[in-house]
Design a protein. Sequence first.
Length: 277
Amino acid sequence: MTTASTPVLRGSGGAVLRHEDDALTLRRGDEETRIPLRAVRDVVPEGRAVAVELRAPEGATPVVHRVEGVNGASADLFATAVGSALAGLPEPDPSLDGAALVTTRSLRTPSSPTPAISPGHKARGLAWAALALGPGLAAFIAMSVLVVVNDEPGALVLSLLMGLVVIVLNLLSGYTADRAVQMSLLPRRGITVMAVRTSPYGKSGTYAFTDRDGTTHHYFRQAYASEIEISYHPDNPLTVVGVYPVFVRVLVALSSLVLWAATIGVIVLMILVGLNV
């Protein structure tokens, strides 16, 4: 007579109880508990529940792992199959504490460690942030002060509108300037590798690469290719750019100059308006 396969019990809350070789495994959420068969005293079906009772020294209260919401027929068959497996084991030491043999591990995928950023890189980041926001914010504050000093508080609305424009321009000019510098410097001073596309094919996509410490990072770029060449900063792999032809780098640099010219023009206009209201 062929022995029926041991069923997998699926209970409420996503609990899953399996009999695998010489152990039972119970998964709940993102944890897995492994219970060696020699730690089990009995498996008792209780209708739509099943209880796994562990061995315990005489006089001690045994630990019970209970799974609710299982199929009743499956619970009976599971208990019978595990009971047969337990019958084939040698008689354990009466002082055995089954709970001591049980192990639990997390099924969570550990997050990638954040790479350490050097003090020099932090300083450069703060300098870029000040350059990308400082002039526009200073112009807005200066114009606001001038219109108040000239007793024209109604002009604060104009100051607010022009301030928003110059701050946006300042951020765009700072960003394009940073990209222009990185696109020129990183291919020469950084680490250049091939990044492999991980998203469906289309006009744009996400590409993955692994840094020298073995950490995987992702880079988004408008490209059809299955692989692209990228360069990242040795001290901070989060600073990464694609490797572009010369004409693209020149175009980005010119765009940055145009945006900076527009930013300076609006700043000058704000000061003139503030002085002449």
